[in-house]
Design a protein around this ligand. Structure first.
Ligand code: GLN
Length: 308
């Protein structure tokens, strides 16, 4: 079966999952999104792009941006970054604060909120215009100039910043946070509020399937070693405390966001992005997880099969 017919089949089946989850409402601007939408896009290592459903509709990338901020911070700090943020799954919710107190302000991994905030703090110690730099990076990686930040979403997040602000201040009390908390929160929320569609996201993340080199711009984004490490972290922590379930059912590194997007990668083969706004209790898209499970089943690929 061709990629196109598999994606078409998945998009046709996805509406079965509408109504089975809840759109994120703790960020009021996200609660406005029409829940009954589903998109999927897949980019192969030889540059073929396939799309089905609402693959061209933009949505809030939310925590998917944590992979991009980690990438920018790794470019600037290299392995030193791992002194400030861990590489272990957390087994707790993405916005949990409990572990942070026990573990002296060092977040478990860069994909929970506390970890992403430390990463953005590290980035801000090296770049003067963090929002502009991120936007330019994403536009270059996706080869799409029209990508923008949704200011309504970032403002809405800022107005409801209590938990993220608490995490940042707690880390500051342990000496693991150096910049002004409010400026870091502003930058972090602007990254989460980047609006992109599935087709743009598979392009932006092509470096993850291609040893660190972006397929669009043919530039090295991360070294091959760093790329393997980021993929490993995506497998163990990309879907928070549902990472085990995702590895078991889907079998690929991935990153979800509360906007309903999930990006997945089979190194050497393809990047895929699915989007559907309704979330399960872990904050991962219900139809999105179903779609990726179907996809790996239909293609008979998994990073664990040896066939990928
Ligand atoms: N911006 C969201 C937050 O800080 C990101 C969470 C997510 O997508 N899991 O809560």
């Amino acid at each position: 079966m061709s990629y196109q017919s598999i994606l078409d089949g998945i998009a046709a089946e996805a509406p079965k999952y509408f109504g089975k989850g809840k759109v994120a409402s703790y960020i009021p601007a996200l609660a406005q999104v029409n829940p009954d939408q589903f998109g999927i896009a897949l980019l192969t290592a030889d540059g073929e792009l396939y799309k089905a459903g609402d693959a061209d509709a933009r949505f809030s990338i939310q925590s998917i941006s944590k992979v991009l901020s980690l990438t920018l911070a790794l470019q600037r700090h290299g392995d030193r970054l791992w002194q400030r943020v861990g590489i272990e799954p957390s087994g707790t919710a993405f916005n949990s604060l409990v572990q942070l107190e026990y573990e002296n302000g060092k977040p478990r991994n860069p994909f929970i909120n506390a970890g992403a905030l430390v990463v953005v703090d590290a980035l801000m110690s090296r770049i003067s215009a963090p929002t502009h730099s991120m936007l330019e990076t994403v536009r270059r990686l996706a080869d799409e100039r029209s990508i923008l930040i949704d200011e309504t979403v970032s403002e809405s997040e800022y107005r409801h910043r209590e938990r993220n602000a608490a995490a940042a201040w707690l880390m500051k009390s342990f000496g693991n946070f150096f910049n002004d908390v409010d400026s870091v929160l502003r930058a972090y929320f602007s990254y989460c509020a980047i609006s992109m569609n599935c087709a743009e996201l598979v392009k932006a993340f092509s470096f993850l399937m291609n040893h660190g080199t972006c397929l669009q711009s043919n530039t090295e984004v991360l070294t091959p070693k760093q790329t393997q490490q980021v993929n490993a972290l995506l497998l163990t922590s990309g879907l928070y405390d549902a990472a085990g379930d995702f590895a078991f059912r889907v079998g690929m590194p991935g990153k979800s966001g509360v906007g309903g997007g999930i990006v997945g990668v089979i190194p050497g083969k393809f990047t895929v992005c699915v989007w559907s706004p309704e979330l399960n209790e872990f904050g991962n898209s219900v139809a999105g997880v179903f779609a990726l499970e179907r996809l790996t089943e239909a293609l008979d690929v998994s990073i664990f099969s040896g066939l990928a």
